[in-house]
Ligand binder design. Structure first.
Ligand SMILES: [Zn+2]
Length: 279
């Protein structure tokens, strides 16, 4: 390391998309359009994300945040045009690490400690001592109208639960749904934060299943996993079935200690669904 180009891992996602991974587990996506391009989420803000994406597309870039957890808003302040769900747009119009709650303010420092302990390195221009997620001026995403890219429009779907204003974006022409933190395979589906709502989350997974079954997408790109397509999308059925059983009190759980205190942990397929200790 070195240069910011080495910090991000960029791969193609379909003909008009890019997957941008940061520190091996924080994903953003760039969707190229003829008149506008959209950056879905902004990672954790360690590198020059704006420099990276403006080198990949020629059209102006709008950042759309799937939600305002710290690991999705990291580099948002580098951009001039940032959109977020009205439900997560703070009164002062600035999306910040503590917009939803205080639960995430220590995450950048915790990340640096763990990354260095694992032998990780940073881009040369990055200063771990002063690392912070800067607040970003933002506006409300036009939920009903979608986002016009010129050659096509991205549809916006509210998918609350993991956070109050969590949303997904559908690139219908490409057959790709950008789902933020709606699934989390091999890791925890986090539903234990203060602002999480279990019932809303179950509804959101149901909505995503309906879209898949209607053929609206065949690839599901989420922030912390490889994109899913084909038969792998059956994890949504497994997840939904398990969530319904949790809702009906038919599923066993263990109580686990997380960075955010105690949570119930339910094993569903390849995910641990972590909920509050009272449901
Ligand atoms: Zn999140």
């Amino acid at each position: 390391m070195n240069r910011t180009d080495d910090w991000y891992e960029v791969t193609r996602l379909g003909e008009r998309g890019y997957s941008i991974d940061e520190a091996e587990k924080y994903g953003s996506f760039l969707i190229a359009g003829d008149e506008r391009s959209v950056l879905v989420d902004a990672g954790i803000g360690v590198g020059d994300l704006r420099g990276l994406v403006t080198g990949l597309v020629d059209t102006p870039i709008t950042v759309v945040l799937t939600h305002t957890h710290w690991d999705h808003i990291g580099a948002a302040a580098q951009f001039d045009d940032v959109l977020v769900s009205p439900r997560e747009l703070p009164a002062d119009g600035r999306v910040a690490i503590d917009s939803l709650s205080e639960e995430f303010v220590d995450r950048p420092a915790t990340f640096v400690d763990r990354w260095l302990a694992d032998g990780g390195t940073f881009p040369d221009e990055f200063e771990p001592e002063t690392y912070a997620v800067d607040p970003a001026p933002a506006s409300a995403v036009p939920m009903a109208d979608g986002i016009d890219l010129g050659d096509r429009t991205l549809d916006v779907y509210p998918l609350p639960g993991h956070s109050p204003g969590h949303l997904g974006l559908l690139d219908r022409e490409a057959g790709v749904f950008y789902g933020g933190d709606i699934v989390h395979i091999d890791r925890g589906v986090y539903l234990m934060f203060e602002d999480c709502d279990f019932d809303e989350y179950v509804q959101s997974v149901a909505e995503l299943l309906d879209l898949r079954d209607a053929g609206a997408f065949d690839t599901l790109a989420t922030s912390h996993n490889e994109a899913l397509s084909g038969d792998d999308l059956s994890i949504l059925d497994t997840l939904y079935g398990g969530l319904r059983e949790i809702a009906d009190g038919e599923r066993d759980y263990s109580v686990v200690e997380t960075d955010w205190g105690e949570a119930r942990s339910y094993r569903i397929g390849d995910s641990d669904v972590l909920t509050k200790t009272t449901l």
